[in-house]
Design a protein around this ligand. Structure first.
Ligand code: NAP
Length: 488
């Protein structure tokens, strides 16, 4: 169904345009949820608004497809995923423009996301045929232990708006490789990418009902209805820690297996012996990929006293030089925030920090005009008890704090309920690894500002999540081990 929007009809492949619910291989028309262009605050499209009854129809479709998909040989599942990877790669530019339009991120970031997102299909195409079991003698020597894996069952996948393609493929890839059928509920702000990907999935040969996509303005009741259905056995959620907590409580009622990829508050530690230029390069990536709207985004910069002033000067210079503009403008390096609400939150955090004694070295206030723009901002002398040190900023603001000793740096890094990612810059690899071991996060970048890799286990400790996505372990989230006690 082509979109009426003149902006979207400019795509090279009109087949990518969809706005209805995708259930059982059919596109069901509907509207009601506005999708905005954050770069201009214009309406881009309207997508369908699913009710709880629609969601249960999606569960019916996933159930109807489940036995066939589970019985599909792993090699065949792998080949479908591999074709989906190829189709995403072939349509990379259309997908990148679509992401840029509905999310606002700069085209370069959107292109990076499409490549990253597609890799999850390639990786899990490769993993689908390598699901290993176990066979060993019991310690008593009296019998054997055989462990096989079953697909866990129907999976509900819920994704955020900040990586509209990658957060979906990071779940769909392992779920399909494991033999599960799924219902994807993308974020209301960025549903068009999910629908476009569903189109490509159908072209790749994903059978009807294996992947269903629904959008809704009532995520709570609609998702709860699916979790209450005993046929649903898995919830894989990426989003805020607050919504994650609510969903864990809801899933407890039917003891649904949960994987949770939640919020972050990443510390970025720079020691005196770090290579300053490398640390600044890494800081720019860790802070500014996606304009700061990333769960792994550096949220707190802790810099040792000896290098502090040079780091602040270098970071200020680089941040001030970035070009802010509409996501789809090829010259743009920093796109808008997702909503005006996001800008208001960032503004509040910066104002509070400044009121508490922080000083602004660049940026520091929302930009006027249409679209939801906040400029790259650096704050120094930020008090450690400022709210900005404890809340996810999710924007292009870099608060810099000073530290003196290694122990102090580790304590500061751990002074948060979050535990997703951390970054350490030092030329002394022993120290970097020692500090990394001391930090309570699921991921540590050592002299690297970018850690996302489809081949690595992505996920958080503490209140940043449960389970891992990507890598060899990601598929286990969608498998139920089955133990046979064997005598022979
Ligand atoms: P969010 O508000 O938690 O929303 C995430 C998803 O949950 C959306 O699809 C949303 O639907 C849905 N949702 C909201 N309330 C719900 C409810 N009561 N029941 C079921 N679903 C519900 O998060 P966001 O603002 O979109 O995304 C930003 C957050 O995601 C940040 O905290 C970020 O750190 C985190 N994140 C984590 C990772 C990771 O891998 N750890 C990766 C990316 C992002 P609607 O859009 O319709 O509200």
């Amino acid at each position: 169904m082509p979109l009426e929007s003149p902006t979207l009809s400019a795509f090279s492949d009109p087949n990518l345009h969809a706005q209805g619910l995708f259930i059982g291989g059919d596109w069901l028309p509907g509207g009601g949820i506005p999708v905005m262009n954050p770069s201009s605050a214009d309406l881009l499209a309207e997508v369908a608004d699913a009710t709880a009854a629609d969601a249960l129809r999606a569960v019916d479709a996933a159930e109807a497809a489940a036995a066939g998909w589970r019985a599909t040989p792993p090699r065949q599942r792998a080949e479908i995923l591999r074709r989906w990877f190829t189709l995403m790669t072939d349509h990379a530019e259309d997908l990148a423009r679509l992401i840029s339009l509905e999310n606002g991120k700069a085209l370069t970031d959107a292109r990076g996301e499409v490549a990253y997102a597609a890799e999850f299909f390639r990786w899990y195409a490769e993993e689908a045929v390598r699901i290993a079991g176990e066979f060993r003698q019991a310690p008593s020597g009296a019998h054997h232990i055989l462990v096989d894996h079953d697909p866990i069952g129907i999976a509900v996948l819920i994704t955020p708006w900040n990586f509209p393609a990658a957060m979906a493929t990071r779940k769909i890839g392992p779920a399909l490789a494991a033999g599960c059928t799924v219902i994807l509920k993308p974020a209301s702000e960025t549903p068009l990418t999910a629908f476009a990907m569903a189109r490509l999935g159908a072209m790749a040969g994903v059978p009807a009902g294996v992947v269903n996509v629904i959008t809704t303005s009532q995520p709570g009741p609609v998702v709860n209805a699916m979790l209450a259905d005993p046929r649903v056995r898995k919830l894989s959620f990426t989003g805020s820690t607050g919504v994650g907590r609510t969903l864990l409580a809801e899933a407890a009622k039917t003891v649904v297996s949960c994987s949770m990829e939640l919020g972050g508050n990443a510390p970025f530690l720079v020691f005196d012996d770090a290579n300053l230029d490398a640390a600044l390069d890494g800081a720019m990536i860790a802070k500014m990929r996606n304009a700061g709207e990333a769960c792994t985004a550096a949220n707190r910069f802790y810099v040792q006293s000896g290098i502090h002033d040079a780091f602040v000067a270098g970071l200020t210079q680089r941040m001030a030089a970035l070009k802010v503009g509409p996501g789809t403008d090829p010259a743009t390096q920093v796109g808008p925030m997702i909503t005006t609400k996001a800008v208001t939150k960032i503004d509040r955090l910066v104002r509070q920090a400044v009121a508490g004694g922080a000083s602004v070295t660049t940026g520091g206030a929302p930009l006027p005009g249409s679209g939801y723009y906040y400029p790259p901002t650096v704050l120094e002398n930020v008090p450690e008890d400022a709210e900005i040190a404890h809340e996810e900023i999710f924007g292009p603001v870099a608060p810099v704090y000073r530290f003196d000793t290694e122990a102090q740096a580790i304590n500061l890094a751990n002074a948060t309920e979050y535990g997703l990612a951390a970054y350490v810059y030092s030329r002394d690899l022993s120290r970097a690894l020692r500090v990394g071991k001391g930090i309570e996060t699921g991921m540590v970048g050592i002299n690297r500002g970018l850690m996302s890799d489809p081949a690595a286990p992505f996920g958080g400790a503490k209140q940043s999540g449960l389970g891992r996505e990507g890598g060899v372990t990601g598929i286990l989230e969608f498998l139920e081990p089955k133990y046979f006690a064997v005598n022979f």
